[in-house]
Design a protein around this ligand. Structure first.
Ligand code: PLP
Length: 295
């Protein structure tokens, strides 16, 4: 019953059939040294990760996160993750952390140590930041050029667009740029003017009463929270679509949200310095739904 909590994991091959994985988990003191200097994750950001929420002891969307980890591994030519081992690691950690409140689990698969017995993997559990306020007040957002046109993922797969890699320096720089301009967060757009995603979130808009998000065609991540949001909206009878969204459509949308696993749904209340319409009652209902999930 403690956080932070760190588990080093000996990754086993995807096709390894074994009944238990506990002998591949090594619990660490969270402030103890755990990685070697030769780690390619730290030297080059050469690895992939997922962050999932655990609310009142329930890990959220484990399968979509494992499946996206698998997709990232494929894009990055990393060994296919053993889904059963990752499921077991998540369950092992969840059983050992506080069963009340909001926690965040980060799972990492690295290419490993240079010239070493690659790959390496770990899980880190920590208390989630308190996002209660921003969930009800919303965020001011700027649009920033991501520097690539639409379709870049297909033309240049070596850019690893669409993989959730550890190389988040650009994403963090975009958030700092937002802060420099007096805003809270960012929406990346393509050089030819299409909405992509936030540096740590998916973008969902309401246009003519329908909910839309850019298709996760390769240049952006397929957000697990966005998928849960669409499930919720569908159950309410709303229409939901994946499609290309021009920046001008964003500017004239009826409402828009940034959604992600731990912060959940936040309304956009200002866009590029202009007030933006927000649907705060829907945001409240949506977050109540997202928090109450038991899987
Ligand atoms: N897009 C990017 C670049 C992200 O980093 C994230 C989450 O960290 C998301 C989208 C949203 O994904 P999820 O809802 O699965 O957290």
């Amino acid at each position: 019953m403690k956080v932070p909590f760190t588990l080093l994991i000996d990754p086993v091959p995807a096709d390894s059939v074994q009944s238990g994985f506990e002998d591949t988990f090594h619990e660490m003191e969270s402030n103890a040294p755990a990685l070697r200097v030769g780690e390619l994750s730290t030297q080059r950001g050469d690895g992939i990760f997922e962050t999932l929420a655990v609310v009142n002891g329930h890990p959220h969307e484990v399968e979509p996160h494992i499946s996206r980890l698998n997709n990232s591994a494929r894009i990055c030519d990393l060994p296919v993750p053993n889904a059963s081992q990752w499921r077991a690691a998540i369950a092992y950690a969840v059983a050992r952390i506080p069963q009340q409140g909001e926690m965040a689990l980060k799972i990492v698969l690295s290419r490993g140590v240079e010239h070493g017995p690659a790959p390496t993997a770990w899980l880190h559990a920590a208390e989630a930041a308190d996002f209660t306020r921003v969930r009800s007040t919303g965020v001011s957002v700027i649009t920033l050029d991501r520097g690539y046109p639409r379709g870049v993922a297909e033309r240049a797969p070596w850019l690893l667009m669409g993989a959730k890699t550890l190389s988040y320096a650009v994403n963090m720089a975009a958030i700092r740029e937002a802060h420099r301009r007096g805003a809270n967060d960012t929406i990346f757009v393509t050089t030819d003017g299409y909405v992509m995603e936030g540096p740590t979130s998916s973008v969902v808009l309401r246009i003519d009463g329908e909910y839309v998000t850019p298709a996760p065609s390769g240049a952006i991540l397929h957000g697990t929270t966005q998928q849960s949001m669409f499930e919720y909206l569908r159950a309410q009878g709303a229409a939901v679509h994946y499609r290309d969204i021009a920046v001008d459509e964003l500017r004239s949308a009826e409402a828009a949200w940034l959604v992600s696993s731990v912060r959940l749904a936040v309304s956009i209340v200002a866009l590029d310095g202009q007030l933006f319409p927000a649907d705060l009652p829907l945001t409240g209902a949506l977050n109540a739904y997202l928090l109450a999930r038991t899987n």
